[in-house]
Ligand binder design. Structure first.
Ligand code: 5GP
Length: 292
């Protein structure tokens, strides 16, 4: 049990945190849609705890007169919190927010499907981790794979680790947007449903998949942006693979063979980004999502 003093301190902190979110919307530092997406994705977030009236009221140009009218149009009760909206309400509010002109410099309101590929050890994981940190509203596809988890990998977070039989079933029932055998043995694939959901909601979503998968996605969805992440040089790539030490010599050799094939396919991509500096590469990917 919390003592009453502790409980009231927490309540004050939450109120301060909510005020900070509202201020960031009012000053244009954060797009309302980006705030709403955090609320919808992270149950216990400060964003989720905002009342719908507080949220709307923080948007420049919306005051006490407009709020009830907007809520009536969207069929949302005044007492609702942003994180407790139903599916139809989320879709309606999302569409309404997207239809509004954007005030912030970086507008990622228009959802984009971005496929990031690139040779092994180029630092895809590090660049994507930085994007997660900087832009929590961006979604990431979680692939299914038949390979076994590495230490620290969590099912449903890093991958969905599935058996061969389950993978067969997912393919047979058309639940994979794309799939491929990577590095000569294991199968990896992108579950279709989360991608369809993201596109329907206008969210941006990033897929980190291999070149064969990237080709399949482009064929199915020509609007997808294919990004090829490059190391500063081939020598640097070999050095990164050798020094990270997560693969034995045989696996390293196999991965370098795949890397050569991927290098030769660079021209099939829409954009090439050199991963010289993680922050710069991460921002370059995010910038792609902000272009209409
Ligand atoms: P790892 O075994 O190191 O986690 O992944 C090896 C490679 O598999 C990744 O670098 C990525 O290119 C590829 N990969 C991961 N998920 C998918 C997927 O869903 N589809 C395809 N085609 N490739 C994937």
């Amino acid at each position: 049990m919390l003592d009453p003093h502790e409980a009231s301190t927490i309540a004050i902190e939450r109120r301060r945190a909510r005020a900070a979110v509202k201020r960031s919307i009012a000053t244009g530092d954060r797009e309302p849609l980006a705030v709403a997406r955090v609320a919808w994705d992270i149950e216990n977030s400060v964003e989720a705890s905002l009342r719908i009236t507080e949220f709307l009221g923080a948007i420049p140009g919306i005051g006490a007169i407009k709020i009830p009218r907007i809520l009536a149009t969207l069929d949302i009760s005044e007492r609702k919190r942003l994180g407790a909206l139903g599916r139809h309400q989320i879709e309606a509010l999302g569409a309404w927010l997207r239809a509004r002109p954007s005030s912030a410099g970086l507008d990622i309101a228009q959802g984009k499907l971005v496929v990031v590929a690139g040779p092994t050890a180029v630092g895809k994981g590090t660049v994507l981790a930085r994007i997660r940190e900087l832009h929590p509203e961006v979604k990431f596809s979680v692939s299914a794979t038949t390979r076994s988890p590495r230490p620290g990998e969590v099912d449903g977070v890093h991958y969905f680790f599935v058996s061969d039989a389950r993978f067969d079933e997912l393919v047979a029932t058309n639940q994979m947007l794309e799939w491929a055998v990577v590095h000569g043995h294991n199968r990896y694939g992108t579950p279709r449903e989360p991608i369809d959901d993201a596109i329907r909601r206008g969210d941006s979503i990033i897929l980190e998949i291999d070149i064969q998968g990237a080709r399949q996605v482009k064929a199915a969805m020509p609007e997808a942006i294919l990004v090829f992440l490059l190391p500063p040089s081939w020598e640097e790539l070999v050095r990164r693979l050798e020094t990270r030490g997560t693969e034995g010599p045989e696996e390293q050799a196999r991965r370098l063979t795949t890397a050569k094939v991927e290098f030769d396919a660079q021209h099939e991509f829409d954009v090439a980004i050199v991963n010289d500096n993680v922050d710069v590469a991460a921002e370059a990917v995010v910038q792609l999502m902000s272009i209409d």
